[in-house]
Write a protein that binds this ligand. Structure first.
Ligand code: SAM
Length: 292
């Protein structure tokens, strides 16, 4: 296991995925009934952007730092954007920082959104990261942390006893067969918990692999798949070489069984992001890969 999220924490893909993740959890919270949030590839949940590792790639500069600066200069950010930024601000404040220094991972952001009646299960495979996670949530009765393969976790913890839940699947894509693994385990999970909401993040590096994944999803029989993609503007080779951050320019989130009207929220968030996050503008799509 070589992947370390500190090299990518707070980059544009984190901004995109975490913003949408928060809106999904907020949508599930619209009903009083409890739900369970399962984060299959949890990471360590806390990233110091001043470390050598984070500064080596400097990916956060073109991600959360860019958005953070907009917060200081614009009072007209849409609600889902300010909601996300407020959680990032809170996490920094909790750690004695008035400026942005620490980036909160998905467990932290989700934990802020959970209500008393909700529950969170985290699985993580890395032998060091799991210790950090366990320490962070020791004594928190709403959170269970397991040193487990995330795909095994889907088998072990689904369906949740609440009958309602969000499964967030955010693999490192170190393996060339990650898309195939995802599809296989999604199908198994849906057999156990067909009404669950599933959000799956993926990088768009090879268009051919992503298109093949979409084709296989369409052929799989899985219904209600909403596909959200966010693309940074195309750069010339020269600009790309000078650009801060990773060469990754596009990523996506598939949402299976999205909450009622969540599609509108996704459109609102991504329309704003694509127009305001970069100059020239980026682009996005929110489309049903498979409708109901
Ligand atoms: N979800 C986190 C967030 O949004 O803040 C980031 C997760 S990072 C992209 C992927 C994580 O998956 C890494 O921490 C890595 O150690 C972990 N990992 C890799 N393979 C795994 C597996 N099979 N099961 C669970 N975790 C795994």
């Amino acid at each position: 296991m070589n992947y370390r999220h500190i090299y990518h924490a707070g980059n544009f893909a984190d901004v995109f995925k975490h913003m949408l993740l928060i809106t999904l959890i907020r949508s599930l919270s619209a009903k009083d009934k409890p739900f369970c949030y399962l984060d299959t590839h949890a990471g360590i949940s806390h990233y110091d952007l001043q470390t050598e590792a984070a500064q080596k790639t400097n990916e956060a500069k073109a991600g959360i730092f860019r958005l953070w600066d907009m917060l200081q200069t614009s009072s007209l950010l849409p609600e889902p954007i300010t909601d996300y930024l407020e959680l990032v601000r809170l996490w920094n404040k909790q750690h004695g920082q008035l400026q942005l220094r620490f980036y909160p991972g998905s467990p932290v952001l989700a934990r802020y959104c959970l209500r008393q009646q909700d529950r969170m299960i985290l699985t993580e495979m890395h032998p060091e990261d799991i210790l950090v996670l366990k320490q962070q949530y020791a004594g928190d009765k709403s959170v269970a942390v397991h040193h487990l393969n995330g795909y095994q976790g889907m088998k072990a913890f689904l369906p949740p006893r609440e009958g309602r839940g969000l499964v967030f699947i955010d693999p490192p894509f170190e393996n060339t067969d990650e898309f195939a693994l995802l599809l296989q385990h999604l199908q198994l999970a849906l057999q156990r918990f067909s009404s669950g909401v599933y959000a799956i993040w993926y990088p768009i590096k090879s268009l051919a692999s992503v298109k093949r994944f979409y084709r296989e999803l369409k052929a799989s029989g899985i219904r209600k798949i909403l596909c959200c993609e966010f693309h940074l503007p195309k750069l010339t080779d020269n600009a790309l070489a000078l650009a801060a951050g990773s060469k990754l320019r596009s990523s996506g989130i598939l949402v299976i069984n999205p909450p009622w009207h969540w599609e509108d929220t996704a459109n609102k968030v991504l329309s704003w992001l694509s127009q305001n996050f970069t100059k020239p503008s980026g682009s996005y799509q929110v489309e049903w890969l498979v409708p109901e």
